[in-house]
Design a protein around this ligand. Structure first.
Ligand SMILES: [Zn+2]
Ligand SMILES: [Zn+2]
Length: 337
């Protein structure tokens, strides 16, 4: 499973950061999902290897413009690229109403089916390789987190025990892997005796705007990665609570309390500069969070690409492709440079 950040700014874009948009990429194949679609998301996608045709579903966390104003443009472009494959949209009902009126007023024709699912009615949905559930958050308007759990975990054979039976590698092993018992030299071997306990399915939780991380407590128990906003540093804690956002030490304390192994902060206020020497620097948020949270911490940047391995380890993917280097002009520097 991979996460590719397309926009990491709160409210308005900056030269380095676009507004909210996160790509979640399946581990097999090229299908992917988009969580939030702020204005300009389709332009950001052009700087990546993601294809609009392989987009399986869009999940919108809430109706604020920095999370959904990019929808009509992205859908329109998909249509112009002659997409015919149906697309699922999970969003608040209000976002869909707005989209429909925009579609009507601007005479936007989509040559593909848009399957709308109101997030308000979504206890659980299975799309592609993920089972997705929602968690209601606390913000100025209804806001949601999406929890993505992989549906399929590979079957691993107990090769040591199989070798000891003398069953030769080949079709018989294949049958056992598919759960079929086999006969070898007149003896029946039960498939389940040779299948190892499966690893836990990977889980990533991506949150909308939220000023109360405690609401995620029950769903974060087996979470590998939590992607959560930290719009502010702790000196603006009071303001954060007032405007429905979180701050550095608040989310760090929450993640540390639950021993969440990987925490990715995003949706930063435009006041925080990239320059660590600036009077208001993004490094302040990093340092404050690191003082409390002892797991693997990332501060998201546009085009930051993370890989969640089967082991649960979260890695920063190095960018070496031509498209990756194109991204450097937009503020992201590959860490191998
Ligand atoms: Zn926002
Ligand atoms: Zn918001």
């Amino acid at each position: 499973m991979e996460i590719l950040f397309l926009g990491t700014s709160s409210g308005t874009p900056t030269k380095q950061r676009n507004v909210s948009g996160i790509g979640l990429i399946e581990s097999l194949g090229k299908n992917w999902y988009l969580i939030d679609c702020g204005e300009g998301t389709q332009q950001q996608i052009l700087h990546t290897n993601l294809s609009l045709n392989r987009l399986s579903a869009i999940f919108i966390t809430h109706k604020h413009g920095d999370h959904c104003y990019g929808l009509p443009g992205l859908l329109g472009s998909s249509g112009m690229q002659r997409r015919t494959r149906p697309l699922t949209l999970v969003a608040p009902g209000a976002v869909y109403d707005w989209l429909l009126s925009t579609q009507t007023i601007t005479e936007l024709y989509l040559p593909f089916e848009l399957n709308f699912i109101p997030v308000e009615n979504l206890p659980q949905i299975e799309i592609g390789q993920f089972t997705t559930t929602t968690i209601q958050l606390s913000h100025r308007v209804p806001s949601y987190a999406y929890s993505f759990t992989e549906r399929y975990v590979e079957v691993t054979l107990d090769t040591q025990s199989l070798l000891a039976t003398g069953i030769p590698k080949g079709p018989q092993w294949g049958k056992i892997k598919n759960g079929i018992d086999v006969v070898h030299h007149g003896k029946i071997y039960t498939a389940t005796d040779f299948i190892l306990k499966p690893r836990p399915p990977r889980n990533i939780i991506i949150c909308g705007d939220n000023n109360n991380p405690e609401l995620l407590k029950d769903t974060c128990a087996n979470c590998n990665v939590l992607v959560h906003e930290s719009t502010y540093a702790k000196d603006l804690a009071q303001k954060a609570g007032h405007v429905g956002h979180s701050y550095s030490t608040q989310i760090a304390s929450f993640a540390e309390g639950l021993s969440i192994p990987n925490l990715v902060l995003t949706h930063f206020s435009t006041r925080y500069q990239k320059d660590s020497k600036a009077s208001c620097s993004i490094d302040t948020i990093r340092k404050e969070a690191q003082l409390i949270y002892k797991g693997q911490l990332y501060l998201a940047e546009d085009f930051m690409h993370l890989l969640l391995k089967k082991s649960g380890k979260l890695l920063h993917i190095q960018k070496t492709s031509a498209k990756g280097y194109a991204a450097t002009t937009r503020g992201y520097l590959p860490s191998n440079l």
